[in-house]
Design a protein around this ligand. Structure first.
Ligand SMILES: Nc1ncnc2c1ncn2[C@@H]1O[C@H](COP(=O)(O)OP(=O)(O)OP(=O)(O)O)[C@@H](O)[C@H]1O
Length: 375
């Protein structure tokens, strides 16, 4: 039923002279896997998905679904969207308001020469999968946004597509519903056993949903790997920052080959990338949750810091700390903040939490305000 997806050197140029929206992107999704394309607005993720769907014609490269080439720019081969056997769920709910829930879900089957009895069974199965079996005869206009999106999902799955494509399906939902459906979506897709390609700019969504995540920027696919590797071994500074390692400290590779000497004079032990030569400029990227704060004079190695601001979030506190010549962000879990602004602290940074990249932060990231992670 589900099929693998291969994308090779895929390119889309909307106009000559302008950089391609999608620039030689290649990846493979084995049957049954969920791959998430993650990146800031304008990085080319939707255009990639639309080319896989057959809604956009590639200007370069090849796409195959289940071993069948559906687009190849070099030869002009192009299978139309309706002949690709893909299910789609978009940001807007796209349900028909004049129909009931079951009529909406049955719609794709009516055009597929399926018997009435079969339609009834398949619709019931799809509604059960998304948890709407009790809503079958309701009008869709009587549903919440989250329920409408479940209807759209059931309708996309009812004819057992080879591939399911989802473009920011949760972004119109309020925060609570979004979290609930996010957790359910992975279970539903896995239960359906369908291969899925999912587009989002939300890193938390990507991590919960994806077997693998591909981070895109400026039309390029920077890294595609499992969530744990992405968070712990980001391929470059942009990926590190986009996935939350928002503290970036400039320095140079230390002469001992095991540390980075920071511009502010401090030295931090870190695992260095291969080929890092002593003396060359380097950036350390550290996640706020990996910076540990302790009262001054605490045991163990640490650097002196001073709390600049403290923001209590109920279950965690975010501190801005002046340390190592920079303002760093630190997050502590717990319902009681431990430090007030102005307090002296010891900042501890485990070597294993420091990702080191050769180069300078400003040159390497080009990260704009939009791409920076907000807490
Ligand atoms: N039909 C089009 N004509 C011209 N340019 C386009 C068209 N569609 C997309 N683009 C451009 O291609 C680039 C990538 O757009 P795309 O929608 O794929 O990005 P995205 O990462 O999905 O962003 P978003 O999350 O904002 O949709 C952008 O610069 C966009 O302006």
């Amino acid at each position: 039923m589900s099929a693998d997806l291969t994308v090779e050197e895929l390119e889309k140029s909307f106009a000559p002279g302008i950089r391609p929206a999608v620039d030689r992107v290649s990846f493979h999704v084995p049957a049954g896997e969920i791959v998430v394309l993650l990146g800031p607005s304008g990085c080319g993720k939707t255009t990639t998905l639309r080319m896989v769907a057959g809604l956009e014609r590639p200007t370069g490269g090849m796409i195959s679904i289940g071993g069948r080439v559906v687009a190849r720019a070099a030869t002009g081969e192009l299978v139309s969207a309706q002949h690709r056997e893909v299910g789609m769920v978009f940001q807007s709910y796209a349900v028909w308001p004049h129909m009931t829930v079951q009529e909406n879900v049955a719609y794709p089957l009516r055009h597929r020469k399926v018997s009435r009895a079969d339609i009834r069974t398949k619709v019931a199965e799809a509604l059960q999968l998304v948890g709407l079996e009790d809503y079958a005869s309701r009008s869709v206009t009587a549903l919440s946004g989250g329920q409408m999106q479940r209807v759209a999902l059931a309708r996309a799955l009812v004819y057992r597509p080879q591939l399911l494509l989802l473009d920011e399906p949760l972004s119109n939902l309020d925060a609570k519903l979004r979290l609930r459906l996010r957790d359910d979506l992975r279970r539903i897709i896995k239960e359906a056993g369908v291969t899925a390609l999912y587009v989002t700019h939300d890193q938390a969504e990507a991590v919960v949903l994806g077997d693998r995540i591909g981070v895109m920027r400026d039309g390029h696919l920077l890294q595609m790997t499992d969530p744990v590797t992405l968070y712990n071994r980001p391929a470059d500074l942009f990926v590190a920052n986009f996935t939350g390692a928002s503290n970036m400290l400039d320095g140079r590779i230390g002469s001992d080959g095991r540390s980075v000497e920071l511009a502010g004079g401090a030295r931090l032990a870190a695992e260095l990338p291969e080929g890092a030569t002593p003396g060359v400029p380097a950036v350390i990227a550290i996640r706020p949750e990996n910076l540990m704060l302790a009262p001054p004079g605490s045991e163990g190695t640490g650097l002196h810091g001073r709390i600049v601001t403290e923001t209590f979030h109920g279950t965690q506190t975010i501190y801005r700390v002046e340390a190592m010549g920079s303002i760093l962000e630190a997050v502590e879990m717990g319902t009681v903040p431990r430090f007030a602004p102005g307090a002296d602290v010891t900042v501890q940074v485990p070597a294993s939490a420091c990702r080191v990249f050769v180069g300078k932060a400003a040159d390497r990231t080009g990260i704009d305000a939009e791409a920076r992670v907000e807490h």
